[in-house]
Design a protein around this ligand. Structure first.
Ligand code: FE2
Length: 201
């Protein structure tokens, strides 16, 4: 059974997005992916609840139920990771990660500029990720469309952070101004969580 995770930050304290927007996003959009995913797992008689296993199993299977299964379970995973990627408290970048960012992007300012630009320029709905390419030991900014996530792009990619750039993520508070929303989210990125993943690899 897929489960909707609790949010670990205060939506009341979060600056730049309303509690209503979080409620609709979490209990509306995200919960729908969870419910539809569970319906499909039952229909297809899939017993595992290992989300990454389901995502990899369903990806590339072009029968309609499996396409839906991939979309709903990947969207569930992506949203769960998005909630871990943001915080109501400003988190500093850990020195080790800051050093990697500076050596690869020139400066943290350059990194933020590029991350925002990648979020703004993604056509349609999708996600912008900071991933570690484990093979090259390099950080990369990755754009994915719809429900696609780094696990199906490359087995070498480990996601450290993600930002939801589906219109449903920003429309209530920021209307069509995706860049305004991106500035809010980039300022609220949970670097502590990114560091925790990086040191666990
Ligand atoms: Fe979303």
């Amino acid at each position: 059974m897929l489960k909707l995770p609790e949010l670990k930050f205060s939506t009341q304290k979060f600056k730049g997005l309303s509690q209503k927007a979080f409620q609709v996003h979490h209990e509306g959009h995200h919960a729908t992916y969870v419910n539809k995913g569970n319906e499909l797992l039952e229909k297809l008689n899939i017993k595992t609840d290992n989300e990454l296993e389901i995502i990899k199993l369903a990806y590339g299977n072009l029968t309609p139920d499996y396409i839906n299964l991939f979309n709903n379970v990947a969207q569930h995973w992506n949203h769960s990771f998005f909630w871990e990627s943001i915080s109501d408290e400003k988190k500093d970048i850990d020195p080790k990660l800051a050093k990697m960012i500076e050596s690869q992007f020139g400066s943290s300012e350059n990194f933020f500029k590029e991350f925002e630009q990648k979020g703004a320029s993604l056509f349609g709905s999708g996600w912008v990720w900071l991933v570690l390419d484990k093979k090259e030991n390099k950080l990369k900014i990755l754009q994915t469309q719809n429900a696609i996530n780094p696990f199906v792009v490359s087995p070498d990619f480990e996601p450290l952070l993600v930002v939801d750039v589906w219109e449903h993520a920003y429309y209530l508070d920021h209307m069509n101004k995706r860049v305004d929303y991106l500035k809010v989210i980039i300022n609220a990125l949970n670097w502590e969580n990114a560091t925790k993943i990086l040191i666990s690899l």
